[in-house]
Structure formats: C-alpha cells, structure tokens
Design a protein around this ligand. Structure first.
Ligand SMILES: C[S@@+](CC[C@H](N)C(=O)[O-])C[C@H]1O[C@@H](n2cnc3c(N)ncnc32)[C@H](O)[C@@H]1O
Length: 271
C-alpha cells in the first residue's frame, strides 16, 4: 500500500467516528469480559486501538493483522506515539493492554487463538463473508464475539445531482463485485449469513459514511481518494463518466461535494 493509502486510512478515522453505531458499540462493551483477548482482521493503521482505550478497554491482549507490511509498520509507530505506554516487540503496552500488530492473512492468522472478540472494520466487503465468518469462528472461544463495524452495503450517493450519477455508481458497484471475493452488498449479506448460522446476531445498526462541506480534519483527502476509487473502477467504460469525474473534482476543490456510503455495524456471537 502506498503512502497515499495510509493517508486515506487515517483520514477516514473522523468519518468512521461519526458513522459508528453507539448502540452496537455499547452492546459490544456489555458483552466483552474483563481483560479481553481481541484480534482484529485487516487492521489498517490500527485506529481501533485508541478507540478501545477511549471506550474503557484498558486491559487485555490485542493483536491486529493486515496483509500490508507498510501499514503494519506505520500502525506500530503511529499508535504507540498516540497511545503512549512502553514499546514491546511488534507493538506497545498501555495501562494493562498489550497491543501488537503483525503482517499476515487475517483469514488464517488467528486460527486457534481462543479470542473473546474478532474485530473486522471496513473489511468484510473485501473477502468472502462466509469464509471470513468460518475463520473468525475458528479464532474464537465458544460464545466469542464478531464485531464488524462499517461494513459497506452497496448504496453510494454524491451530491449535487449529475446526469451520469446512476450509470457511474452502478458501474462502480459492478466493478467491486467483479473483483474476486469482493461484494458491494457485503453488509446485508453479512446479516443474512449470521442469521443462517448457529450463533446469535446480537445487535445491528446503520453506520453510513456522510461527508459534507466544510470538510473537517483531512476529509477532503478522504473524498479525493474515494473519487480515485470510482475513476479506477469506471474510467472509459461509462458514457458521461469523464464529465462526471471532472465535475466531482471541481466540486471537491470548491468545497461543494457531499458523499454518503451506506454501511452496517453488526455484533454476532458464535455458539
Ligand atoms: C478498507 S481497509 C480498513 C482498515 C481498517 N480496518 C480501518 O477501518 O481503518 C481494509 C484493510 O484490509 C486489509 N486486507 C484486505 N484483505 C486482507 C486479508 N486477507 N488479510 C489481512 N488484511 C487484509 C487491507 O490491506 C487494508 O488495510
């Protein structure tokens, strides 16, 4: 992952903060044991760690895995300097919480971990949902939790209106679906798959990304990256897409572009 993508992951933090469903989060905190053993899949730059500390999870053992070594190195440094505490091999220790980040495939890395909770934020639209749920079940102790916030669910809106909106957005979602293992409607399918399994879907909430001017923090950069994702997906394949992209970039520069992406937060307990 390039430096620009680290910036995107950090810039989306304030967007996620607004989006996260507090009811699902509160249920998670009610269900977690003291000093939980937590594993996080597709950890990116590790922004869940300061969130957990803010939420009062200050004891236990946390391991975040990402396949990208660059974000893992960044997460170790950035989150250690943000959260304080003492450096340890692969991470740091703050209060009574041990935090480590490792490069690896999150669908195999946690097998037999006997974890209390697997976190998968903005991750389950990237991998086959059923395979991920199987892998997380193997990682969890009986009754363990899957917390899957910000799971994209195939609704994308840009404002103001543009005549090519429907064609561009449909092609964007189709391009996501065409990538092996990906699913633009992962959120609703996650809920279906959880209901079809033997565990309990404990809580569900909407967690829509809503970005509008004036853009706080680094959210202009976040939106610029979203436009790049759309450009890569639809470029040259949709009539009107070039004008759509030019118009959206101009609107972003002028501070007039808004964006919504629908997501779900889900909390599932395995048997
Ligand atoms: C959209 S980012 C989300 C990062 C972080 N969870 C967040 O919300 O900020 C998805 C991350 O998953 C990672 N990823 C995708 N497939 C993976 C896999 N099979 N194993 C580990 N990491 C993976 C990517 O490298 C990327 O950092």
């Amino acid at each position: 992952m390039e430096h620009a993508d680290r910036r995107y992951l950090e810039a989306k933090r304030t967007v996620d903060d607004r989006a996260l469903d507090h009811r699902v989060r509160d249920r998670l905190l009610d269900e977690l044991p003291d000093a939980p053993r937590i594993r996080e899949a597709g950890v990116g730059t590790g922004v869940t760690v300061p969130r957990l500390l803010d939420w009062g999870v200050t004891a236990g053992d946390y391991l975040g895995v990402d396949r990208d070594p660059d974000v893992i190195e960044y997460a170790r440094e950035r989150r250690a300097s943000e959260c304080g505490g003492d450096r340890i091999e692969g991470g740091f220790r703050v209060d009574d919480l041990t935090v480590r980040f490792e490069q690896g495939d999150a669908l195999t890395a946690f097998e037999g971990a006997e974890a209390d909770c697997v976190v998968a934020q903005a991750f389950l639209d990237l991998v086959p949902v059923d395979g991920a749920l199987d892998a997380f079940a193997d990682a969890l102790t009986p009754g363990g939790l899957v917390y899957a916030p910000i799971t994209f669910d195939g609704e994308t809106t840009f404002q103001p209106d543009h005549p090519a909106d429907d064609a561009v957005v449909a092609a964007y979602h189709d391009a996501i679906d065409a990538e092996p293992g990906r699913d633009a409607r992962a959120g609703r399918h996650l809920l279906d798959r959880c209901r079809a399994r033997d565990g309990d879907l404990l809580a569900v909430g909407a967690s829509d990304w809503i970005v509008y001017p004036p853009y706080p923090a680094d959210e202009r950069a976040f939106l610029a990256t979203i436009l790049e994702f759309v450009a890569e997906a639809v470029g040259g394949r949709v009539a009107g897409a070039d004008d759509w992209l030019r118009t959206r970039r101009r609107q972003l520069d002028a501070g007039r572009l808004s964006y919504v992406a629908h997501g779900y937060d889900a909390l599932y307990r395995v048997e």
